[in-house]
Design a binder for this molecule. Sequence first.
Ligand code: CTP
Length: 422
Amino acid sequence: MQAAPAPVGGRTVLLIVCGGIAAYKTLELIRLLTGAGLRVRTVLTAAGKQFVTPLSLQALTGEKVYEDLFSLTDENEMGHIALSRSGDLLVVCPATADIMARMAAGLADDLASTLLLATDKPVLIAPAMNVRMWDHPATQANLATLRARGVMVVGPEIGLMACNETGPGRLAEPPVIAEAIFHHLPGPAPVVPATGPLAGRHALVTAGPTHEPIDPVRYLANRSSGRQGYEVAQALAALGARVTLVSGPVDLPPPKGITLRRVETARQMLAACRDALPCDIAVCAAAVADWHVAAEATSKIKKTAGAPPPALTLVPNPDILAELSAPGANRPALVIGFAAETDTVAQHAAAKRLAKGCDWIVANDVRPETGIMGGMENEIVLITGEGAEQWPRMGKQDVATHLADRIATFFTPDFSSGRSIS
Ligand code: CTP
């Protein structure tokens, strides 16, 4: 048995391994967590034992594996109440339809469900199951109940499953689950040794809107939530890239393990991007305002009875994407823009790719009825030098994961994450 690595700040993940064909992926997950210096304690359910052995878990964690609610030895060493609180974060992986139902119902008929009921620590689940089981109203109701109680969820992904059906239900990939664990683990982000296909690469990502001041209290803005850019930053970091995220004003928590530069205006965003150079990858997901007010008032503009409203003179903002794409010593090897369009999306975006000089454009349809701008989902056309690819509508996290995979393949042509876009 290998020795347990020294815990980082004493932080421990209590990992509950349930029964499901995807359970084998928890071995890779444990490797990523212990590699980041976290202590991992495992609990194996009776069904989980059909897919992974206690010996493998013990060998990888260097810790005793807990299986039985009524084991005297376990009770002597650590009671189930103490065990439920011994981790800083409880992770259920894979989370089957069965454990989700038992968690939602508050059952405590085995060690896993008892720990989940008794714990006072945050809980993260990584669901994996057949697509019909996932889509079933019972599972969706249980998911809603768990979310409402504060349980955090990573995945599932959309794709081909072991049962040969396609749809949502595949366990998220171990680096994605590890990233979610680092994000939700209380305290500072663990220092993760850069591994993965983008290790050693620096990625610059812009996200969110910009605010262009009119006077000290008013500004011009747009509806961008910043979510897509934040997800791209996270997905690139999950593949090992060092990421600098330059963000306009958004209502999103700072992603862990990523250098965040907050800015307000387009001119500040450009300055922060220049500071971040050199980089290998630039992804401009920000909805940069096209104009700013020529003469920003230094004190609040007051209404004057009977006088016409003030006229605003607008002047163009610098085009950050075009500047990053311009040939030169500091040009990133891969520059990707986003195109928010309301009609003939692919044609406009293809023209924008050429006009701005970037390598790829991620085009999306932002007509209000699509609910994309500010929403959780996206439906994109990826335009590269080779042509246009229509991706199905999916969550912004999935778009980011697939885009990061494509970026990794650009740098390492034989890289394959095993994830398919379907
Ligand atoms: N962009 C940028 N700096 C700007 C404007 C846009 O970096 N001043 C980037 C965006 O981050 C995005 C891409 O350019 O990657 C396309 O932005 P979009 O607003 O869709 O296009 P525009 O260039 O503004 O063209 P139009 O408004 O005419 O569609």
